[in-house]
Design a protein around this ligand. Sequence first.
Ligand code: TRP
Length: 490
Amino acid sequence: MDHQHWKNRGVFILAAVGSAVGLGNVWRFPYIAYSNGGGAFLIPYFVALFIAGVPLLILEFSLGRMVQKGAPQAMEYIKKEFKWLGWFAILIGSTIVVYYAVIMSWCFGYLIYSFTLKWGANPETFFYGKYLGLLPFEKAGHFGGVQIPILIGLAVTWIWIFLSIFKGVDSVGKVVLVTVPLPVLILVILIIRGVTLPGALDGLNYFLSPNFKALLNPDVWIAAFSQVFFSMSIGFGIMIAYASYLPDGSDINNNALLAGLLDALIAFMGGLAVFSVLGYLAYTKGVAVPDVVTSGPGLAFVTYPTILSLLPFWVQFFSVLFFIMLLTLGIDSAFSLVEAFVAGVEDYIKIKRETFIAIVCFIAFILGIPFATKGGLYYLDVIDHYLTSFGLIFVGLLESILVGWVLGSNKVREFANLTSDFKIGKWWDISIKFIIPLILGAMLIINFINSIGKLYGGYPLWLNIIAGPVWIAILLVISFYLSYRLRKGV
Ligand code: TRP
């Protein structure tokens, strides 16, 4: 397969923003902010954005443009023995995309249900009971049969992903012209609707007023760094692949800053949309904002439909808009990972790009089936926890050490500055060589110590072990195998 190029800078930045901006901004960010003290979370989030997010994005863009290959080859370029790290990054992303597509499948289901408001008066019972058919918590770890509507939605999602990318970066360029601005437009409409509801101000107050005490809690910081990684698509090999499609002489620094700021802005807007309606929900229930109980997946599929049904008019219209927004947000993030995968193997694969992508999408669909079962949500929850709080941070740590100390951060900085509108200074080297490794290293250690003897989510030990350490170990083994097996000329 040949290596491709973006048509122009605009397409690249749209595609990079499209990958970064996803369900993470409107679904994960508000929920993580909510459970980490609301407004308190904004400070660590912005610190993480500027200390690690933007510098690492500059790093990944530079590497991609420098090597003009996917993540495994980029790591190989730095040090041959570290090719596996590129694969590991992609495999973490591959696991995420497998369940990310399942969440998109829920969005498809809910898009259709929006027309008849099928969730009725009790969206919570409908979501967990009827739609997910969720097994009781004591049965976590069992599968309990496939939910057919979810399976159908999953197939539709993968077909949509395939159609968006099989033709290559040119068609990606066309898709993102619609799927990046459209959800932002819808978000603006939903914010206007949200902030004009009674009680909205209480919700926004909770979202925006900092609680300085929470800053002393290391868990809040870990949540902030993981969220920045997840949201900016850093540590998945995605941004390396996307930057590898850039023509020579393209700007790096400005694009990285722009993508980082846009991602944060849209997460912030997601917060406005969600917290304003949470305020409204609190108002109609007569309770305080922190007591409007929400959980991660519940936020989009339980709380939002609940709130929508309280609207005085145009209920179906706003429901449809909301789920179209989630779908168009998710699609560019999902296919960016498939692109990262393709960039990793293109040197070694002889079959046509279309065929290869079809096979990848089909396999990812099959691997997603366990998440479409009655016990799928529990697996999704545990795997997401271990991959984001250990896997991603670990990739970011090694990436910064490799670039900082092996390749030489000054070399990368000079390369980036050569073609960039604004130049980055020595602060970047200090950040890549010292600050990021120290912070991420400390986090891994704290996380590790914290999790010993503690079962995540109260799930059984064996489920924690299988979805956490065992899964990460399997990904590592596959990474080593692929980096050994896939060499030039094989
Ligand atoms: N950045 C995406 C978001 O905010 C999430 C994401 C990151 C992702 N890496 C991914 C999704 C890999 C699928 C595959 O929603």
